[in-house]
Write a protein that binds this ligand. Sequence first.
Ligand code: GLC
Length: 292
Amino acid sequence: MSVAHRGLILLGFPRPNRGANSTVRQKFCETKGTKGIAVKWTLASDIDGTLVGSRESLDRLANRLDVLRNAGGLLLIYCTGRRLDQVIDGTETEGLPIPDAVICQVGTEIYLEPNQESASLESWRTKLLSEYSRAEAESFLDGIPGLQMQPHEFNTDLKTSCFVDECPNPDATAAMIAERAARADDRYMVIYSSGRDLDILPASSGKGKAIAFLLQHLGRSHENVVVAGDTGNDSAMFHHFDRGIVVANAQPELIALAEAADAKSVYQAGLPYAAGVEQGLEFFGVLPIKTA
Ligand code: GLC
């Protein structure tokens, strides 16, 4: 088991407020069902630093996605480290289009037709719980000077998350935690991002595997999937699917991945945030190329 790519969760992005109003909740409830939609493309995108970063770009992309979705041409999935309520709040405060499904907490929770009261997909939870012990995951963090746990809402029965940036040597600390986890029969995956965030997740989780499970659950093919991201914790999506968009503001590890991969399948956008996603969707033929 190795430490996953170092990624940087960009600090300074506006955090959604916690008070989603009932209109937004209602809109979520009215989102059309995800089962049985005969759509051609699936876009599975990270949120912070990928779709969110420039409101103007996101508004333009959202309008174009709306047209495609209204014509039944796109299934939209968010794949994020956020909690579900933060995603829902983001549809109100950050201009995020209402998605068809959401994968939260770095691939450990899946929500279909998401609303504030949604429960995460039970079959995914059951599968992950069968390999994961929160107590065992916490034991990998024992006795490490400077280590701090993340707030409790980012720690769940399937995700043990801490900060290592105040440890004397964060990189070495992350490697040591990964080594401890590797002794546990490959049941754990350690994701180290930004020299700060460290997640211990079930080995079967992560963003890429969660999308694959969701698509299988919906009876949808893994073809015609485009993923988009900006940091190391997005790299699992690029390993699973043939078409990936790396936005121009991406962190070095994801850019390196883009350069190493087949140029046909990983598109390095020239523009940041949603504008980069838009460019990539044009490149892969999901959106028509704008002539104006
Ligand atoms: C998001 C999550 C956090 C996690 C980080 C890196 O910021 O909120 O818990 O550690 O992503 O995966």
